[in-house]
Design a protein around this ligand. Sequence first.
Ligand code: ZN
Length: 235
Amino acid sequence: MTCQELRESVCRANLELVRRGLVIGTWGNASGIDRAAGVVAIKPSGVGYAELTPEKIVLLDLDGKVLEGTLRPSSDTPTHLALYRAWNELGGVVHTHSVYATIFAQASRSIPCFGTTHADHFHGTIPVTRSLTPEETAGEYEANTGKVIVEAFSGEEGRHPDPISMPATLVAHHGPFTWGRDAHDAVENSAVLEIVAQMAFGSIQIAPGLQPLHEFLLDKHYLRKHGSNSYYGQK
Ligand SMILES: [Zn+2]
């Protein structure tokens, strides 16, 4: 992929966030990475989506050094970079303040898997991060936001989700981050997360105390689409 192709792809992904109603104002951003070249492309800071063109997309290296572009990169760039550095499999990252996912994030509540719509896409509870400390907030806030996301996925194996089967998390008091094979895959995960959050919100309202889906049904739905023996869709 050339730098121009990466810029165009990331620009389209950012516009797709608006088209799908996931971003209001400038509250959101999508990025993509060319692993072979070590180049990250991200939305410029504070630029309205109506004026966004591929030429305005900023190119950086994994340390945050701007390689090409005259505009400042998104203020959330250090969060995106922390995720790319932690997980080699990631090709794209998206951050939004989509309403229902943000409602759960603001309440510091994870999203349990209540049904097969969720299970088809996310393998279990969508985690919420811990709160940042006053020191982490006063310091490198955006980089520390990336740190707490990675933390939500680390620890004893089997007890925490892995970032491939769980391509989303909620940052406490803030909002959702998703990721994927590329920027467009991360946008898709953001869109599904928002629908799943809305459904969970409604389910809890009509059935307070609702229990998560049985594990056997969760596994059935997730693995028939994503497991090594998946059989859903066309070959
Ligand atoms: Zn934000």
